[in-house]
Design a protein around this ligand. Structure first.
Ligand SMILES: CC(C)(COP(=O)(O)OP(=O)(O)OC[C@H]1O[C@@H](n2cnc3c(N)ncnc32)[C@H](O)[C@@H]1OP(=O)(O)O)[C@@H](O)C(=O)NCCC(=O)NCCS
Length: 175
């Protein structure tokens, strides 16, 4: 079957106030690869494994947003799909020293903004059932669990598929 030529995805660049921090969130570039691969390895059990080459391809396609605080990387959010299937958040990570300041939620909200190109009203977030912080973010953004992935468990833990609708979150400007 001939390859389907896809137009480049829109880039993203936005500053977001998160508490006292000013967060710069933008499309990751190949220079960010090392930070992202290091964190993907660090959180492999929580996130589920994607081979380094796969992550690199997703970055080159413009599917990863990286957040910086004071010029230093603070986290990233990695997606796949979005053309024939809904956009899926595969990884969401924040540096542990910066947890609970709203950065993880800000990253999901940025992806919701960015995902307008998918022409869908929602995105999906894969979340291991026992990752309470990500579950709290999904719930806070009005997400609902559609079910769990019957084929994939991460270290014996089930992975839920959450649906988060774009419009209610962005129009209500949920904190
Ligand atoms: C999950 C992760 C991205 C969250 O990042 P964060 O910057 O701490 O997230 P936020 O501060 O935006 O939100 C954390 C939420 O968890 C809640 N929370 C904090 N501690 C909690 C706890 N012990 N139990 C339950 N919820 C908790 C907070 O109240 C907040 O919810 P709210 O938005 O309703 O207030 C971060 O913990 C991380 O990188 N974890 C490792 C990788 C991972 O597991 N990623 C998730 C799978 S995709």
């Amino acid at each position: 079957m001939p390859a389907v030529k896809q137009t480049p995805l829109p880039t993203f660049c936005q500053t977001v106030e998160v508490g006292d921090e000013l967060l710069l969130v933008e499309t990751a570039v190949p220079m960010d690869l090392k930070f992202i691969l290091d964190r993907a390895k660090q959180w492999n059990q929580e996130l589920g494994f994607i081979p380094a080459a796969g992550i690199e391809t997703l970055i080159k396609e413009g599917r990863c947003l990286i957040a910086c605080v004071n010029g230093d990387p603070a986290g990233y959010i990695l997606t796949s799909g979005g053309f024939r299937t809904p956009l899926v958040v595969r990884h969401n990570t924040v540096e542990e020293s910066l947890w609970s300041r709203g950065i993880g939620k800000a990253l999901v909200k940025c992806v919701l903004h960015w995902s307008r190109w998918t022409k869908r009203s929602h995105l999906l977030i894969r979340t291991r059932q026992d990752i309470a912080r990500q579950r709290a973010i999904n719930e806070n953004l009005g997400g609902i669990v559609l079910g769990h992935d019957p084929h994939v468990g991460v270290r014996g833990k089930l992975v839920d598929i959450w649906r988060v609708d774009r419009e209610p979150v962005l129009s209500a400007n949920a904190e």
